[in-house]
Structure formats: C-alpha cells, structure tokens
Design a protein around this ligand. Structure first.
Ligand SMILES: *Cc1c(COP(=O)(O)O)cnc(C)c1O
Length: 385
C-alpha cells in the first residue's frame, strides 16, 4: 500500500466506538437485538421518517427499496449514470430495466428532471435519484413529475446522510430512502446500510424480506412475543448485527459535527481553487444543505486527466474518479446496446471529473498542499491523450 501524504479519505473513529463495540461483545447478544432496534429508532428520528431498517450494506438497502416499490420484470426504473454502479444494479436484481437519464449541467451533476420526464414510458415504475457528493437533487421537480405520472421515488442517499433541502432531510423526500455505511461514507459501520420509508406497507414488506420472508423474527421469539413463523415469499438475509449497530449509534451522534467539518474543508478548497485556470468546481450555488461527502472538481475540456492524477500522485496526493458513467460499463453496453453520446452531460462530466481528498479530520494545511500541487501540476496537462 502506498503511503500517501494526503489520502483521499480517512476514518474518524474515537474511543467511544471502541467502547460501544466492546460493550456489545460483552453483552453476549451480537445479532438481531436491542441495539439494532435502537439504532433504527434513532436514525428514523434523525432523518424525520416513520420507519428505518438497518441492513447489511447500502446495496441491500437499494435492493429492498426496489422490491418494496414493486419493481420487477417488464418494469423500467429511471436513474442517473453518474453514480456508483449499485444504484442501477439494484433495478437489475429485480428483473427491471434501468433507464439512464442525464445530469443537469457541469455545475449541477445531479439528475436532470427534464431528461427524466423525456425517459418516461408506460413501463416506468420508479425513478431513483442520487444526491451526488451530498448535494440534494431538485426534489421538488422530481416529486412533482413522479406524482403526475404515478411512479415511485427512491432516493439513493448514500452520499447524503444529514443533507437537507427546505428543512427536510435527504432520504425523507421519496417513497423510500437508502443509505450506505461503508467505510468511506459520512457515517460508517464498516459495512452497513439503512432503508427508510414513511409508508407502512413498504415498511412491513421490507422487514419481512430483509429476513428470509419470515413473518416473525428471532428477537420477537426470544422476547416471547411469537411462537412460530410462516414464510410468505423468498426473502434474503440482509440483516446488520448488534456490533455494527452499536458502532453506528456513536457515528450518528458525531455525524452533524463531521459534516460541518467537511463543509469548512469544502469552503477552504473553494477559496484556494477558485481562480485556478483549467479547474471548475461544481455545485457553486447548490440549494439546501450538503453532506459534503466528496470534493469533486472538473478539469477543462482537452486537459489530460490521467496526467493530472499521476502528477498529484507523484506529490503524494491521492485522487479518484466519481464515477465512470454506469451506462457505458460492458455489462450495460452488452445488455442494452448502449453507446457513447447517449448522455452528453454525464459523459462529459465522467471524462473530466477528479475527486480530491475530503474527510472530517483532513488538516487545513493539507488542503493548501493539495491546492498548491494542483496549481503546479495542471500546466503540464495541456495535451489530451
Ligand atoms: C456506496 C454507495 C452505494 C453502495 O453502498 P454499499 O454499502 O457499498 O453497498 C450505492 N450508491 C452510492 C451512490 C454509493 O456511493
């Protein structure tokens, strides 16, 4: 492993997480128990939703959300191409077809509601939005078109725990909201996730298919609430465990402070990079409150991104790309006949985006280091290859 001077991401785990995990281990009850129930209760309260279900990972949350929304063979789900592949794969798992819509602009990477409208067909069952880097999508436009056309709204809020728009939390706008607690996310349990909803019927379905399609749970039987169970559909084992729920509750307590630390680091980057020729910074005037999960920049047309990232690497600075456009992965090209040019805005962003280091404990001096490095490296990246 390379020893980075400035890594892309880093954990902020304190003694409190260690204590919570140790206490859970000592309790002798490590799966499906009171800590998970309490983590779900706290998360639901934080997000302002009626129901929250902790699950094995964000991908499981997305799969459950698509199933709860009734997606299946013959259905279409509109989603962005500028996202992690799990967003679209979740539709595929159910037998539905992901239909990709474009990003709005080089300043707003999020889904363009007008392109969503264009991609609607009588088979459209749902639209999945992603709050890219933690910046809320235009939910007013998405919710309005969804209600006009009678389709479900699923929020992939993997980047956006704690983000909000007009006083409502990201993940609480749609019919279903999905969160990831993977190691590099704003709230982490190592692996983990949460699916939230205000819909009682969806909640019941999610609870069941999270656990094999069984009608009662181990915990209820342990508490003497239930004697046996039935299985009504082929569910999954997408449960989280008590160890990670205990960890998650500590992380949830720290989330707002960590998001605020990400915001001050974002502000610092913006100040230091605003006048660097060849770099533009998206979400300049984004509405609402971001969770500042990532700090993305866009290189100017014709600049050599590979050369830029290599130059940064030579200076000990780790960078990344969020994301290669999903519709152009081999799987999606082969299965759906996709080709370049389908989504001009998302494709242009995908070819020019670079993600700079961002995490709550990133030292302010390191941001200066990154900005100085970018300024020094860029002039050598004039040639596009
Ligand atoms: C991380 C992520 C996921 C998947 O979450 P996992 O917990 O890794 O399964 C889905 N969508 C987006 C946008 C993500 O960033």
């Amino acid at each position: 492993m390379m020893d980075w001077k400035v890594p892309l991401a880093d954990l902020d785990l304190t003694g409190a997480e260690t204590d919570a995990v140790a206490e859970t281990l000592r309790s002798g009850w490590i799966a499906m128990g009171p800590r998970t129930r309490e983590f779900e209760r706290q998360f639901a309260e934080y997000a302002g939703v009626r129901h929250a279900f902790a699950v094995a990972n964000g991908t499981a949350a997305l799969h459950l959300a698509h199933l709860a929304a009734g997606c299946g063979p013959g259905d279409e789900v509109i989603c962005p191409a500028l996202t992690f592949v799990a967003t679209a794969n979740a539709a595929l798992y159910t037998g539905a077809t992901p239909v990709f819509a474009d990003s709005r602009s080089p300043d707003d990477f999020n889904l363009d509601p007008r392109d969503v409208e264009r991609k609607l067909t009588p088979r459209t069952k749902a639209v999945t939005v992603v709050h890219y880097a933690g910046y809320p999508c235009d939910m007013e436009a998405i919710l309005s078109l969804a209600s006009r056309h009678g389709i479900a709204v699923i929020e992939d809020a993997a980047h956006a725990p704690g983000a909000a728009l007009g006083g409502r939390m990201a993940g609480a706008f749609g019919d279903l909201g999905c969160f990831s607690f993977f190691a590099n996310k704003n709230l982490t349990t190592g692996e983990g996730g949460m699916v939230v909803t205000n819909n009682d019927e969806f909640a019941e379905k999610i609870m069941r298919i999270r656990s094999h399609g069984m009608t009662t749970l181990t915990w209820d039987r342990h508490k003497g609430h239930a004697y046996s169970y039935d299985v009504v559909e082929p569910g999954f084992n997408y449960r989280i465990d008590e160890i990670r729920s205990a960890l998650g509750m500590v992380q949830l307590r720290n989330l707002d402070a960590n998001n605020a630390a990400r915001k001050s680091r974002t502000d610092r980057y913006r100040t230091l990079l605003q006048d660097v020729p060849g770099i533009s910074i998206p979400f300049e005037s984004a509405p609402g409150k971001s969770a500042h999960h990532l700090f993305p920049i866009l290189l100017g047309e014709g600049l050599d991104r590979r050369g830029f990232m290599d130059g940064m690497k030579e200076k000990g600075i780790q960078t990344s790309i969020h994301y290669p456009a999903v519709h152009l992965f081999s799987l999606y090209r082969r299965r759906f006949g996709h080709a370049e040019g389908m989504l001009p805005v998302a494709e242009s962003i995908a070819s020019r985006e670079v993600t700079l280091p961002m995490f709550p404990t990133l030292p302010m001096e390191s941001i200066q280091t990154v900005a100085d490095a970018a300024r020094a490296v860029l002039p050598q990246c004039r040639e596009s290859t």
